[in-house]
Design a binder for this molecule. Sequence first.
Ligand SMILES: Cc1cc2nc3c(=O)[nH]c(=O)nc-3n(C[C@H](O)[C@H](O)[C@H](O)COP(=O)(O)OP(=O)(O)OC[C@H]3O[C@@H](n4cnc5c(N)ncnc54)[C@H](O)[C@@H]3O)c2cc1C
Length: 504
Amino acid sequence: MSAGFHDAAENGIAVDADVIIVGSGAGGGAAARTLADAGLSVLVLEEGPYLPSASLGYKTFDSLHALMRNGGQQAAFGKAAVPVVQACVVGGTTFVNSAIIWRLPEKVLAKWHAEHGLADGFRANELDDAYALIEKDMFVRPVTDSVATGSDRKLALGAERAGIEHRAIHRNEKDCKGSGRCLHGCHNDAKQSTTINYLRRATESGAQVFSHARVERILREGSKAVGVTGTIRGKGPQAGKPFRAHAKRAVIIAASVIQSPNLLRRSRIGLDNSALGNHFMAHPGTSLVGLYSEPMNPWSGASQGYEAYGLRDTLGVKIETINVPPEVAASRLPGFGEKYLSMLDRLPYMAIWSVALKSEAEGNVRPSWLLGGDIIRYEMTSGDFERMRQGLKRAAEMHFLAGATAVLPGVHGLPGTITADQLSVFDSAPLDGTGYGIIATHLFGTCRAGTDPKHSVVDAHLQVHGTPNLYVMDASVFPTNTGVNPQHSIMAISTMASRRLASA
Ligand SMILES: Cc1cc2nc3c(=O)[nH]c(=O)nc-3n(C[C@H](O)[C@H](O)[C@H](O)COP(=O)(O)OP(=O)(O)OC[C@H]3O[C@@H](n4cnc5c(N)ncnc54)[C@H](O)[C@@H]3O)c2cc1C
């Protein structure tokens, strides 16, 4: 293990620090880096294992089991079950994400200022400073030709012909080899997950990162947060033992949109707050496939290389190319028996595009008191499905404009394949979740920030209302979803709030 990274199951856990950070993903990693750089002693406690790239596998189902929370089987329940994918490893979900970088759109920030009173805390100039630092630290750049794919070029062509704004995706990576396996963790240490970048930088400034350290309660003296307790997981002489750690200056919860509110609730904090665990939001996404006459090899190249973003303000959808391991792509093909096998033969000629929606639906998360774990309730609205099916229709249209010979809609009740004159089938696609293969990977909102202590969990500086020294710094503080990929804005908001904390 690199210096500064420790397996709690082997060595136990350090017990004192200026700042304890729970969770090591986008929010926790950026906070650790900022606070350690400012000279504070920092302890990062992460429930999942530390996985060096040499230990990563190539089989999707093994990877899901090793990297993802609940082995990849976490889901939100409404009329349909929607998989909610989160990693549980050092680096959090940045370890498995596609490295896409977007600043928070100005319109979204303006709404947060106007409707949630965040003008004082979420200052545009401070956020701009944080974005610039992250972009420099994390080598952010557009996808290069060496890892761009046929699918990327088709989306560029289709979007151009359809008159929809588009660009090569900007990513935080260095020397990406285009192996199309971001979901498995990066075998080449090219993706700048917090494991590779911000946690490593933090440890160089003295931070200690403990894996297999599951935090279960926040400790308070009076109303003030003073530390945490939890249980060591993993395998090793310390596994299964309880631990207690103390923080002189602050406890920062960065355990994600699902786990942060539940950690507060289990600690009996914010129970009278109507926002705690509520306003759960997402960018649910589905995909469709274009069939081309030239090879696309949808398992190689940048995992996600190109995007059409011009429908965000009208339909609230963003369309991105996506390359996945062949077994994942194969699971999405229509038909059975001979029909399925003939589809499988054509897999190399398929270009897969995802359609992600800025959904208007809100759900909630609660702890499962009896079984442990988290319960997520979420139901997309019929308006969401109306916009999603129109988004799919526009994506299909772009495939045909780019030269696809057929499109596989991937929607229950629609034909397995359609031709260019059948685009209208999308108008009768179902208006509920039972007809779509949807997953949620961008999550928001269960500890929303705001000035009203009854209807928001943290204030504009991300301190929990009424609990000095306790902060939340992850995507749960976002008062709305954003319409763009969130890791950059999570890191920027966490950097901004940590800077203030360090200088307080
Ligand atoms: C497959 C996939 C692809 C994605 N691609 C992109 C992309 O390309 N660009 C983008 O912007 N976003 C992407 N995202 C989303 C992005 O990665 C997340 O929004 C972001 O990482 C969330 O940051 P976070 O700090 O809120 O939580 P996380 O990054 O999930 O980190 C939370 C951490 O806290 C730990 N934790 C939880 N509870 C406890 C506890 N009790 N004790 C100790 N530790 C705990 C968790 O194990 C986890 O490591 C993707 C997501 C997925 C699933």
